[in-house]
Write a protein that binds this ligand. Structure first.
Ligand code: SF4
Length: 293
């Protein structure tokens, strides 16, 4: 039933995965190889119902994740039908989540997001990647930070929870300062990001040429950050986060050298202390072979 490769956020490990789309409707970010082998497609609603019927043997299901890359690119009424059918099929359902690209949140009106929330879509996973506009152009996700804030605030206004990610090392050593400062600024300017994670840049060999070429075209040398550089970035990032409402912070992605968890700003000092210790003591870091590098 599943069309591989299939991805889901770490927090959806125990969720039922329902693949209503294949691939990503954008599929052009220079660092992302997740859906490079897939052509974007929205499944026929009858096929989706059939798959839900098959999965409904799992009657204890409380959480469903709508895959693949940006299920929110589907037409709102299609999504409402899927959400209604899920509710009918799984009596204990408490949460439906999906990835949302910056484009998806901007394309949906406030009323559409409200409607999706009413029908059960309560959490969206959103890749900020960076709050630096130039860097977003280099990685071919040329979204203005102010537009990202607009989209994220629409989701918050619809009462959806947001889980957002920033990629450490994305600007290499040369753009590190701007990348981290602007990413923290973007987070601070949002009404409420509920969950925030950092992950570490890893560029697959199939994407390396495209990734580097976009920097070269702008006369920028890309110098990879080491684990230590990325921990420095993480330190700076955490120290600059000053949110309007508390944020649950996690670095629990497979790529992270140092798993961290806490609430920002409350646990800022403790998180910074752990980072200082890890920078002194490499044995606290997860070896690269355990991180898929
Ligand atoms: S929008 Fe997300 S899934 Fe699509 S190419 Fe970019 S990073 Fe990958």
């Amino acid at each position: 039933m599943y069309h591989e490769p299939l991805y889901r956020p770490p927090a959806e490990a125990n969720s039922l995965i329902l693949q209503i789309t294949l691939g990503c409707s954008y599929n052009k970010c220079s660092f992302c190889s997740m859906y490079e082998t897939k052509e974007f497609k929205i499944k026929d609603i009858k096929k989706v119902y059939k798959e839900i019927d098959t999965l409904s043997i799992y009657q204890d299901t409380r959480r469903v994740f709508l895959a693949d890359g940006d299920a929110l690119s589907c037409d709102t009424l299609f999504l409402v039908e899927v959400l209604k059918y899920l509710k009918k099929s799984f009596p204990k359902l408490q949460r439906v989540a999906s990835y949302a690209s910056p484009y998806n949140l901007l394309e949906k009106t406030q009323e559409e997001l409200n409607l999706l929330r009413v029908h059960g879509l309560s959490l969206v996973y959103y890749g900020i990647e960076s709050g630096n506009h130039e860097l977003l152009k280099y990685i071919n996700k040329p979204m203005k930070p102010s537009r990202m804030i607009e989209g994220l605030n629409k989701a918050t206004k619809a009462n959806m929870k947001i889980s957002a990610t920033v990629i450490l090392g994305l600007g290499g050593k040369n753009l590190s300062k701007q990348h981290i400062e602007d990413s923290a600024k973007l987070v601070n300017e949002c009404e409420h990001i509920n969950y925030l994670s950092t992950l570490q840049l890893g560029v697959s060999h199939t994407k390396e040429d495209t990734f580097f070429k976009r920097f070269e075209d702008k006369n920028q040398d890309f110098v990879f950050c080491s684990d230590k550089d990325m921990l420095e970035e993480q330190k700076r990032f955490i120290s600059l986060i000053n949110p309007k409402k508390p944020i649950i912070f996690r670095s629990n992605h497979a790529s992270n050298a140092l798993p961290l968890k806490g609430t920002l700003s409350k646990d800022r000092d403790e998180l910074l202390e752990v980072l200082d210790e890890a920078m002194e003591d490499n044995s606290m870091l997860r070896p690269k072979f355990l991180r898929g590098f």
